[in-house]
Design a protein around this ligand. Structure first.
Ligand SMILES: [Zn+2]
Length: 244
């Protein structure tokens, strides 16, 4: 495993990745995964990557936090097509426009990437009950990956969440609670009850590994474009992890 430690994004305090962690224990800010990139750069070459049969995001295994000898909780996320959009590009006056079709992920959004990695790590580190506030796709993704992992999912959604997402979560076996309020009210419910209920909180940036799954979108862009990056990337930020 090339994950070396978790570092606080604000105060740099190091945390041991061998334990379930949410926020920095000193200042309550998000934790970021740090890797031994020097060693990875020697071991993982472009040629090696090209030869891998696995097209899911787990093909970037060295750059992900799960130990190499642990099976990931995967539904085939990532490896989405990069489509050239000539006519749409013409309409917008763009000569070289591409669309990364994230809708073909297992739960129809890029949220599947983050949840695959985060649920894999949560299970590996001993969590049994996962909780998240969601107004849609993140809830669906958690429900699917928790079901795949055999873990409980507790999802708090505002009343006006699209019905489809609510049904999807319940069909995956998640316990869904609809809250008369905003997503922040849903998060407050989880914060209030998580210790008593023994829930591990999976909110955006309140655990370190959803971000690690989402970053693979960037790796795929580079690989699919022959290790060249676009001048401009428009990216769904969701709760903010996409920007990071
Ligand atoms: Zn800190």
């Amino acid at each position: 495993m090339f994950l070396t430690h978790l570092a606080c994004s604000a105060c740099d305090t190091e945390h041991d990745p061998a334990w379930l962690q949410n926020l920095c224990t000193k200042c309550q800010k998000p934790l970021l995964a740090k890797y031994d990139l020097k060693t990875i750069s020697r071991k993982l070459t472009r040629q090696k990557l090209r030869a891998r049969a696995d097209s899911s995001l787990w093909r970037f295994r060295e750059l992900l936090p799960l130990p190499q000898n642990v099976d990931p909780i995967s539904l085939g996320e990532g490896g989405t097509p990069l489509l050239r959009a000539d006519r749409f590009g013409d309409q917008l006056g763009l000569a070289d426009l591409w669309i990364k079709d994230e809708s073909v992920n297992p739960t129809q959004s890029f949220k599947a990437r983050g949840m695959s990695v985060a649920v894999s790590m949560a299970k590996h580190l001993g969590a049994t009950k996962l909780a998240v506030p969601s107004a849609g796709n993140a809830g669906s993704a958690l429900a699917a990956y928790a079901a795949r992992a055999g873990l409980e999912a507790h999802i708090f959604m505002p009343y006006d969440t699209p019905k489809l997402n609510v049904i999807e979560c319940r069909e995956f076996g998640a316990r869904v609670q609809l809250i008369d309020g905003l997503i922040t009210d849903c998060a407050a419910q989880i914060a209030r009850r998580k210790t008593r209920e023994e829930w591990f909180e999976m909110s955006t940036l309140k655990e370190p590994y959803r971000l690690e799954g989402k970053k693979t979108l960037g790796y795929e862009l580079a690989e699919q474009l022959g290790w060249w990056l676009p001048d401009v990337i428009l990216y769904p930020t969701g709760g903010g992890t996409g920007l990071i």
